[in-house]
Design a protein around this ligand. Structure first.
Ligand code: BG6
Length: 463
């Protein structure tokens, strides 16, 4: 088998606004739910400064250009454009991203922009957030504003980052638990907002392309027991296919509908929704992948709390449906996340056969506690090894017929992780700060930076 990637394969690197930018109240920016959310761990860095990418974007982009990336996946902070979610445009915010886009294009790096990555404006949250229809309207106006402002130069767009993980792991990501009925009304609104984004991107941008960006990873049954297989069927649907079936096929799938019925959840549709769902579709699927999940059928209710507290943890539990299970065949990283490169190939094959759309991986990576040596080096062989194993499975998926068009790992530069602060690092570029001491925020190239640069240059995995 060849170790060379197809010509024009989109090598990239990814970040999100709130995890990198900082400058959380600069130049007219409003507060987002990420700026205000409750944290259950107060010992970690918050997003007020993050890695100050807002002020360092030129330096960061220059380093990324040196690494050779072809695409840069980043998100726009809604609250920089509309500090209150809607209303008057904040011109300073609009200018900032104009400058970022132009800086990328100067180096021939194509922007892949996520419209929204977990940071809903707090002002909209105060009005009910994704539970109320007016947030859909505000989102559509925000998306149109971006398409009109940047669509002459930005052709590739992603809608809303990981709506599946945001709803399933609500406590960790949003700082609050959303009751089930409300959660799935939010699901409907998020998915409808996305449909409008597909529609308006295609209408407003010549050759504009857009896709959903969920976190997709296959769910395995713990054993060959038929009941465990049923558990995997339901969690696959609730975690993965409910979202992509809506985006790509325009329907609520049957297993998901049964899950909703059995939980007595009723979704309110607006009159235009059915037609909208069935009419507008993505150009590609962007997916984030870290690991796979394993579940069994829960047999004991006593002592178990319904809920899901991590995107892949053993404490997944929904009585009557599924319960997380420790997969004995998979190793774990130092933050207890399982590592499953083979699962990436299987996930890609399953996804591609279901939708027949090009796929781009927009997140994949290893969170680790890196160490900066006295001579300014970071020897992150563990990260190189992780990426190597996953990229190899991408090659194998392509050889098996999957139309995988790009790979953009998490993350371009170190950033503040959703739950574990700056100590859990993902970047190719190290940012020198600790949880509480921002220091100079100096940038250093890790060993993985040089490794990825060579990989991109040669367009092949070292044999
Ligand atoms: C993805 C998110 O779910 O996982 C990122 O899109 C996040 O925003 C990444 O950083 C890794 O998760 P964590 O909890 O390690 O930051």
């Amino acid at each position: 088998m060849t170790n060379t990637f197809p010509e024009n394969f989109l090598w990239g690197a990814s970040i999100s606004a709130h995890q990198t930018e900082g400058a959380y109240q600069s130049d007219g920016k409003g507060l987002s739910v990420q700026d205000t959310r409750q944290r259950d761990n107060h010992e970690i860095a918050d997003f007020t400064v993050a890695v100050d990418h807002y002020h360092h974007y030129k330096e960061d982009i220059r380093l990324l250009a040196e690494m050779g990336i072809k695409i840069f996946r980043f998100s726009i902070a809604w609250t920089r454009i509309f500090p209150n979610g809607r209303g008057e445009i904040n011109q300073a915010g609009l200018h900032h991203y104009n400058a970022v886009i132009d800086e990328l294009l100067k180096y021939d790096i194509q922007p892949f922009i996520t419209l929204n990555h977990f940071d809903l404006p707090q002002a909209l949250e105060d009005e009910g957030g994704w539970s109320v229809r007016s947030t859909v309207d505000a989102f559509v106006h925000y998306a149109e504003t971006l398409f009109e402002a940047y669509g002459d130069r930005v052709k590739n767009w992603l809608t809303i980052n990981e709506p599946n993980i945001m709803l399933l792991v609500d406590k960790k990501i949003l700082g609050k638990e959303i009751p089930l009925q409300e959660k799935y009304q939010q699901f409907h609104h998020l998915m409808i907002a996305e449909k409008y984004a597909f529609k308006r991107c295609h209408e407003l941008i010549t050759e504009g392309k857009i896709g959903p960006v969920p976190n997709i990873s296959l769910v395995y049954p713990a054993t060959s027991k038929p009941q465990d297989n049923q558990a995997a069927l339901y969690f696959n649907s609730v975690r993965n296919w409910a979202y992509l079936d809506f985006s790509c096929l325009g329907r609520y799938n049957t297993v998901f509908k049964d899950y909703l019925n059995r939980n007595n959840i009723h979704i309110t549709f607006a009159p235009e929704d059915k037609k909208l769902m069935e009419t507008h579709f993505p150009d590609y699927v962007a997916m984030n992948f870290y690991t796979t999940v394993t579940v069994e059928k829960p047999t004991e209710k006593a002592g178990m709390k319904n809920g899901i507290s991590d995107q892949q943890s053993e404490d997944i539990m929904e009585w009557g449906f599924y319960k997380g299970f420790t997969n004995p065949y998979l190793a774990k990283n130092e933050f207890n996340w399982t590592i499953d490169p083979d699962g990436l190939k299987t996930t890609l094959q399953t996804l591609y056969d279901r939708y027949h759309l090009p796929i781009i991986i927009t997140e994949n990576g290893l969170g680790a506690k890196d160490e900066l040596t006295a001579d300014g080096k970071i020897h992150d062989n563990y990260r190189i090894n992780y990426l190597n194993l996953h990229i190899d499975q991408c090659l194998q998926a392509i050889a098996a017929g999957v139309d995988l068009i790009g790979y953009s790992p998490w993350s371009a530069i170190d950033l503040v992780s959703v739950h574990e602060g700056i100590s859990k690092r993902y970047g190719f570029i190290y940012v020198d700060r600790t949880e509480h001491d921002e220091k100079e925020l100096s940038r250093y190239k890790k060993d993985s930076f040089y490794w990825y640069k060579t990989l991109i240059e040669t367009n092949q995995l070292p044999s």
